[in-house]
Design a protein around this ligand. Structure first.
Ligand code: ADE
Length: 196
């Protein structure tokens, strides 16, 4: 499965990819991640990705042209879904992650809090998704959350596939509490039932 991430902060993703489950999945060839710098799709000498909003509000808004150009350059098929990450989107959850993992490729557009020209949401994105009911400065952290949660549903990314399916949130159940050694720590004991 391939993830294409469109961002103005590609360097933010370096740490995320350099360890753990994501690094291993890339090394094993189970997933491929392409981080795309939105500024590479501008045509002016200042490489400007944003502009003042019509209507006179404060702040800046991402222009549509570089985003359309970036998505068109990475999208391998008309069937590839394109997700705009924004606090206005529909809430991301395990079910949606599992659904997203059925695609060969997904494109994630990292927006930013002041906004993205609405034509991106209306005419380019398949869906607008939020990782929770709070506002982040940009969609980068949200994209990392989505990549990790979706990658876990790609076969063989997680050691035992069963452990994904049995994850508490996916089954709508609470996970049971876990303990490890020592059997007693500062007077706090592991429940007796675990030794029976
Ligand atoms: N960008 C800013 N806030 C966000 C959120 N809560 N989810 C996804 N993208 C965002």
């Amino acid at each position: 499965m391939r993830f294409d991430i469109i961002t103005i902060f590609p360097e933010m993703f370096e740490g995320f990819f350099s360890g753990g489950i994501i690094k291993r999945a890339v090394q094993k060839g189970l997933i491929e991640i392409n981080v795309c710098n939105l500024r590479d799709f501008t045509t002016d000498k200042h490489r400007q990705v944003d502009d003042r909003p019509y209507g006179g509000e404060e702040g800046m808004v991402f222009k549509p042209e570089p985003i359309f150009a970036a998505v068109e350059s990475v999208r391998q098929s008309d069937k590839t879904p394109v997700y705009l990450l924004s606090p206005q989107g529909r809430e991301f959850n395990a079910r949606l992650a599992a659904e997203m993992a059925q695609h060969r490729q997904i494109v994630l557009i990292c927006g930013r809090y002041e906004g993205v020209d609405e034509r991106v949401a209306e005419h380019l994105a398949t869906d607008e998704i939020s990782i929770g009911d709070y506002v982040l400065t940009g969609g980068e952290l949200a994209a990392m959350v989505v990549v990790e949660a979706v990658a876990r549903f790609v076969p063989r990314v997680v050691g035992k596939e069963e452990s994904v399916r049995h994850d508490s949130f996916f089954e709508g159940l609470l996970d049971y509490p876990q303990y490890t050694r020592p059997r007693e720590f500062r007077g706090m004991k592991v429940p007796q039932v675990l030794f029976s």
